[in-house]
Design a protein around this ligand. Structure first.
Ligand SMILES: C[S@@+](CC[C@H](N)C(=O)[O-])C[C@H]1O[C@@H](n2cnc3c(N)ncnc32)[C@H](O)[C@@H]1O
Length: 280
């Protein structure tokens, strides 16, 4: 069972974050879909990962469930690409965003919001070609993640695929260094009081984000598990000035990090695409 504190913390945090959300940008991107996807999938790690291996082509005409849809940009893009999209989030404000998107964009299939606790959904077994989550699983405790993955297996068609884009922590030293460097919105671990206050409001539970963990979690429930490390070079854009070279560096990094030898790439990667197929 999910500890109510983690679920409540996430719900309260994101309910507030999305309550005043404007869909203006999403509508603009939907109306310039090719340009948006071409740019986002070359520059932003989460879009690069989620849309890896022709995902945009593969979902046309398919039934897709997105977990933790958040501000619903990805749900809207998938629907605009021609997928029949269902989307769940613990925050009801995501449902309000979907309502506004359906009223303001002519999707072939309006997006369906699956309200409330996903574990209590009433969706039919084997009804989805894809179940996806972008920066989602790591918001669940490990025991809740297990329930979500089991439910994912139940909802996927036999030839369906689950794909999750998540952070990766495979190198303790790099992770320690990261916690000591402050970033906007999160103080350094060295600023003890500020860090403690930040942690109390942070919606991420303390848990493993390692590729080994996601492999083991998947192998319990699926025949096929793939992990794609992402962001090994790209992660260093954070130490560069925020100018046009930063974007150029990110595009170069995402394109070229595939040439880094496998174990080194996995050890340093900042993120990962996790693919599960063949529910057992
Ligand atoms: C980091 S945000 C990612 C949002 C979006 N996928 C994106 O890429 O921008 C994590 C999302 O997971 C949702 N979430 C957290 N715990 C959840 C749960 N138990 N069930 C459903 N959604 C949950 C949060 O409300 C939030 O919208």
């Amino acid at each position: 069972m999910q500890t109510s504190t983690n679920q409540e913390k996430n719900r309260d945090h994101y309910e507030k974050k999305y309550s005043e959300f404007s869909i203006k940008n999403i509508l603009f991107w939907l109306n310039h879909l090719e340009e948006f996807l071409s740019s986002a999938t070359k520059t932003e790690t989460s879009w690069f990962g989620m849309y890896k291996n022709d995902f945009a082509q593969k979902i046309r005409g398919k039934t897709v469930l997105e977990l933790g849809c958040g501000d619903c940009t990805n749900a809207a893009v998938m629907a605009a690409l021609g997928a029949e999209v269902y989307a769940n989030d613990i925050a009801d404000s995501s449902g309000e965003i979907i309502k506004a998107l359906n009223q303001n964009h002519n999707f072939r299939h309006p997006i369906v919001f699956v309200k409330g606790d996903f574990i209590n959904n009433k969706l039919a077994s084997q009804s989805f070609d894809y179940v996806v989550g972008k920066a989602f699983l790591h918001h669940l405790t490990v025991s809740t993640e297990k329930e979500f993955l089991k439910e994912t297996g139940r909802l996927l068609k036999a030839d369906g695929e689950a794909r999750f884009f998540e952070p990766a922590v495979n190198n303790r030293f790099l992770d320690e260094v990261r916690w000591h460097i402050p970033v906007p919105g999160r103080p350094s671990k060295l600023q003890k009081t500020a860090f403690k206050n930040w942690k109390e409001n942070d919606p991420h539970p303390d848990r493993s984000f390692s590729s080994r963990h996601f492999e083991a979690a998947g192998k319990d429930l699926f025949e096929e598990v793939e992990i794609h490390p992402i962001g090994t070079l790209e992660r260093f854009h954070r130490i560069l000035p925020k100018n046009k070279w930063n974007g150029k560096f990110r595009r170069w990094a995402l394109k070229n990090e595939k040439y880094i030898p496998g174990s080194l790439n996995r050890s340093i990667a900042r993120s990962q695409l996790i693919i599960y197929r063949n529910p057992s």
